[in-house]
Design a protein around this ligand. Structure first.
Ligand SMILES: [Zn+2]
Length: 456
């Protein structure tokens, strides 16, 4: 029994356009359409394309009818009694050409009526949906099977109204689809001599009964979720080379695991992003990969921290409550990136003093934790701190977060403070542009002027 078979040609892309035929071209004359599908029939076709898409890496775009649409669908009349549909395609060197026609038996020839809520060729007890699923299978390169549980079985019966396991394996063998999951896409780099392991679980959707080997490679990539990150360099990996190789799925297994190691060092570098790429070893296969393929190496050697007399303050945005969190601890920053998806890392927001020393203008910025809503409150005012300590048991004092200047020193930039009237927190920014945007658009943030002065 054959659960799937191929016609010997496939689409050149995994994104495929199709249309409802509403005009006849000279080339249609060989396999003429007898009519166009009205709206009541069209929704069945849309659903059938969506069904194929849901089990594969293929995307289908409905477009306006023209001679250049790869797949055109309309009604037809067939000489052979009992024929419910036909797909006419041509191919060249293994690629299906972009002039495939699907014709569905015209209801003028055999009534197409609602039966159990499904448009059905009542004469045969076969739904329009299953006929369309079958014909779409042909347009993608699937041939007939000998398995009556598949939609590609040549004889439509009332018992196979949906795609079968063989159809799903067939389409995903023809157009390889993989899903990648990565439990910890953001990891601290580690010390010299150590490695950090990024373990990917790769799932295949093609026939699991056979062994399958595919290729993989790691490349430099952006990681937008960590502001300030750059593409990784080869020296971040063991052997000073981007990892590459092959990955094998054992017979009977849908999954294979792959570990990419990152080599630790002691260099203060920006956070570095990379991505995992999967490739078929058969050059003509287009591979579709879903899931988490991007990862980031978090610096743990002090990048953005002490730079001369200034210290970077890492900033996070809390998506749940719209507040900001600031920390000068790179370890805390790395932990939050790894464990708090609700906190979006925004990079080094402002600078602080590396050391208060004996600087007469240096003042601590105090940090409080709001036990009710988990937000933080910051203040550079000793008076404000003391008032809070005396009157606000709901704000837990966490000590000095960092040091800033209370009066401007040479090279300082003002840090603007806003009061969030919704939750009583403060927002700080040293960016004049950000301040202007807030003043123009955020009535809920009250301008409190300059909170302190920060080194630049
Ligand atoms: Zn067929």
């Amino acid at each position: 029994m054959t659960e799937f078979a191929f016609e010997g040609a496939k689409r050149s892309s995994t994104t495929i356009s199709w249309s409802f035929q509403n005009q006849n071209f000279a080339s249609d004359a060989f396999t003429p359409f007898s009519g166009s599908l009205s709206v009541m029939y069209q929704s069945v076709v849309v659903a059938a394309f969506a069904r194929w898409s849901s089990v594969s890496g293929l995307k289908f775009n409905q477009v306006l009818d023209s001679i250049s649409v790869p797949i055109r669908i309309g009604f037809g009349s067939f000489a052979q009694f009992g024929q419910l549909g036909e797909t006419d395609y041509r191919s060249f060197r293994g690629v299906l050409s972009n002039d495939t026609l699907i014709r569905l038996l015209d209801p003028a020839n055999s009534p197409l009526l609602y039966e159990s809520g499904q448009l059905t060729y009542v004469q045969f007890g076969v739904t329009l949906y299953q006929v369309v699923l079958h014909e779409i299978g042909h347009t993608l390169g699937l041939d007939h099977t000998t398995d009556p549980d598949t939609i590609m079985y040549p004889y439509a019966t009332p018992f196979t109204q949906d795609l079968g396991a063989g159809d799903i394996q067939g389409i995903n063998t023809l157009y390889p689809l993989y899903t990648v999951s990565l439990a910890n896409p953001a990891q601290a780099e580690g010390a010299t001599g150590q490695t950090s392991a990024y373990t990917y679980v790769v799932t295949r959707y093609s026939d699991p009964s056979v062994a399958l080997t595919i290729g993989y490679s790691v490349s430099s990539a952006a990681y937008p979720a960590v502001t300030g990150s750059v593409g990784a360099v080869a020296s971040e990996f063991p052997g000073t080379a981007f990892p590459r190789g092959t990955l094998t799925f054992a017979p009977g297994s849908y999954i294979a695991t792959l570990t990419v190691n990152v080599a630790g060092n002691a260099l203060a570098q920006p956070d570095q992003g990379f991505r995992l790429n999967l490739t078929s070893l058969n050059p003509s296969d287009s591979v579709t990969v879903n899931g988490t393929v991007n990862a980031v190496i978090l610096d743990d050697d002090g990048y953005g921290q002490v730079n001369g007399a200034s210290l970077g303050v890492y900033r996070f945005f809390g998506v749940a409550d719209g507040t900001h969190f600031y920390s000068t601890s790179q370890t805390e920053r790395n932990t939050l990136i790894q464990t708090r998806p609700d906190l979006v890392y925004e990079g080094v927001g402002l600078k602080a003093l590396a050391s208060p020393g004996t600087d007469p203008a240096a003042a601590p910025v105090f940090r409080f934790f709001d036990v009710h809503n988990g937000t933080h409150f910051y203040s550079a005012s000793t008076n404000e701190r003391d008032t809070i300590l005396a009157t606000r048991p709901d704000l837990r004092f966490e000590g000095t977060a960092f040091y800033e200047h209370t009066t401007a020193r040479p090279g300082d930039a003002p840090v603007y403070r806003f009061f969030d009237i919704k939750d009583g927190t403060h927002f700080y920014t040293s960016s004049a542009t950000e301040r202007a945007t807030i003043l123009a658009s955020r009535a809920d943030l009250r301008d409190e002027g300059i909170g302190f002065y920060a080194p630049t």
